[in-house]
Design a protein around this ligand. Structure first.
Ligand code: MN
Length: 484
């Protein structure tokens, strides 16, 4: 039994009528008899998702939503039923996850940013994204069971949408893991080559680091740092691959296959440790990075250095505090945790949700990004709250994301797809239900246009359309109509 599985059982045992216990039983019941493509019971997937959320130290509402996240899409439970059974918040999260799961990415780079924006716009509550990421992690681990074409699509979506999204949320570990899971499906040949090359080298590397570990410990202790932890971080395949490509596949050039990670108590200890290490082993020029004074755009903090260590071997160090370490692992989820701890348990969950609303987070990111130059500019542009406020993102039946101004209608949508579809529109289906052509669309709506041959647009449409494109086509079609 994994640690988190034990933890979940504990949680249920402690409170057998609590939210998590009820979600557990409910999910088990509604998915009973269903199987995953791997042949295991469907419920395993929900349990794995919930366990991941638990290991990210998220709250009970999120864990319950993790257990229930496929109840609408795959078990036909209604949103109302969820609301009645588990309350507004759980229902909101499950609904958000369901909407996001209907969006499919097919590798058109220009649409990737739209899709990431849609996901953020839909999420509103960041916990929707946490559940989706936990869901995706398990789906990637069982991707082998799907047909090759699906594998490719999902791996690509993971690599280009979810890994960058996790990275932007500061969840570097999750982002790296998702990329590594996608790698064999996206680059099968390169993966095979790497898999032959790396493990032995990595083993060798690890042995060396284990040997020098006592030396580092003594050094730090003698330097007056009393409390610290040392571990080794393996470099991820994906980043080794990137480096190998620039080094003509010479694995001996990749000297940071594993890095030494030193976790200390305070920021002052970080700098002290750096000094102690440099005093003993000379640093390589240009490899000292102070991400504490200047965090990475996604909030990453640490000191990095590469030194010529014992036996003239090159060793990479990462030095950070416990808090920085947790943030690196969990990103925004860690803030969530601190927020909860700070406010104590008496704070109503609803207020907490408001406090961490993605809008506020994006403001913070914008501040961080403003301090950075160049490459971040497009991110600021893309994430502008005003921009998002004035736009909606709707989905075609094929799962493509269409970006429209707020207040847009099915007619705007139809003309955005194609002028012919606009001209011949007679009705629309929004989220599977018949809707009038002047209905106001919302982010996440799935829109389908009903058409009839040889139809012409109505002059009335000009009163409600929002896009210049629709207006233009309607007017020109009407002129043609008047002539004939
Ligand atoms: Mn799922």
């Amino acid at each position: 039994m994994s640690m988190s599985e034990e933890a979940i059982n504990q949680l249920i045992a402690n409170n057998p009528r609590g939210l998590v216990a009820r979600a557990f039983n409910f999910a088990q019941r509604i998915h009973s008899g269903q199987k995953r493509k791997t042949g295991e019971p469907y419920f395993n997937h929900l349990l794995e998702t919930a366990e991941t959320l638990m290991s990210w130290k998220l709250d009970e509402v999120t864990i319950a939503a993790g257990l229930l996240h496929d109840s609408i899409e795959d078990a036909g439970v209604s949103l109302d039923a969820l609301r009645k059974e588990f309350g507004e918040e759980v229902a909101f999260i499950v609904d958000g996850v369901s909407k996001i799961s209907r969006v499919k990415y097919r590798g058109v780079k220009s649409k990737a940013e739209n899709m990431r924006k849609l996901i953020l716009a839909l999420a509103q509550d960041l916990r929707v994204i946490f559940v989706r990421l936990a869901d995706r992690l398990h789906n990637m681990k069982t991707l082998f069971a799907l047909p090759p074409q699906k594998q490719k699509r999902i791996a690509l979506e993971t690599d280009e949408i979810y890994a960058p999204l996790a990275y932007r949320l500061g969840m570097q570990q999750v982002s790296g893991e998702l990329q590594d899971l996608a790698f064999p499906y996206l680059f099968p040949e390169e993966y095979k080559r790497l898999d032959k090359l790396v493990p032995a080298k990595y083993e060798e590397r690890l042995n060396y680091l284990e040997r020098i570990k006592p030396e580092i410990e003594t050094l730090l202790r003698e330097g007056g740092i009393s409390s610290f932890e040392i571990n080794f971080r393996a470099k991820r395949y994906r980043s080794i691959y990137k480096k190998l490509v620039t080094h003509d596949w010479d694995i001996d050039q990749i000297y940071d296959l594993a890095a030494v990670r030193v976790i200390v108590k305070t920021v002052a200890d970080c700098y002290a440790a750096l000094g102690i290490i440099h005093e003993k082993w000379p640093p390589l020029p240009g490899r000292i990075k102070d991400y504490i004074a200047m965090p990475k755009p996604n909030g990453y903090k640490s000191l990095h250095t590469t030194v010529i260590g014992p036996q003239e071997k090159i060793v990479e160090f990462q030095i950070r505090t416990r808090e920085m370490h947790e943030e690196d692992e969990l990103g925004i989820a860690a803030h969530w945790l601190y927020q909860q701890a700070k406010n104590g348990e008496k704070v109503a969950p609803r207020r907490l949700t408001k406090e961490i609303k993605w809008v506020q987070q994006m403001r913070d990111w914008q501040e961080t990004f403003k301090r950075e130059s160049g490459t971040a500019a497009d991110f600021i542009q893309a994430m502008k709250i005003d921009f998002l406020k004035d736009r909606i993102f709707v989905i075609t039946p094929a799962g493509d994301v269409i970006d429209l101004p707020a207040g847009s209608t099915p007619v705007d949508f139809a003309y955005h797809i194609h002028s012919e579809i606009g001209n011949s529109a007679i009705g629309a289906r929004v989220n599977g239900k018949i809707a009038p052509l002047d209905a106001e669309l919302k982010s996440g709506d799935m829109v389908e246009i009903l058409t009839q041959k040889n139809k012409k647009p109505s002059e009335k449409w000009l009163k409600f359309v929002k896009t210049a494109m629709a207006r233009h086509y309607i007017k020109s079609a009407l002129k043609i109509k008047k002539k004939s």
